[in-house]
Write a protein of this length. Sequence first.
Length: 111
Amino acid sequence: MAKGKTDGRRSNGGARQGAGRKPKHEEEKLNNLFVEAVKRITGNEDDQEAKIDILVQLWETSSRGQIFIAEHLFGKPKENVDVNVNNNYPDLSNITNDELERLINESEPKN
């Protein structure tokens, strides 16, 4: 059997251009950019001290900053989302064509 799709489809699945994790050097470049910004904000030339200073500022000035730090240190807690929908609509899954016609005729305005 020949490799590839026999029905003419192309580019279905597999590696795609630009997909996946960015190269390590790009991550390091972005990290260095943030470290430089933190150093300017705090006025501290030492990388580690500048990071500590910015975290202390976040912690002391904002409750949202405290949440941000806690989520990154300890991991974000699992969130439960309620997907149950309570509606007042009748179940129409078993409606017959005759019943549907009757409902449509009842809803049409009378002249």
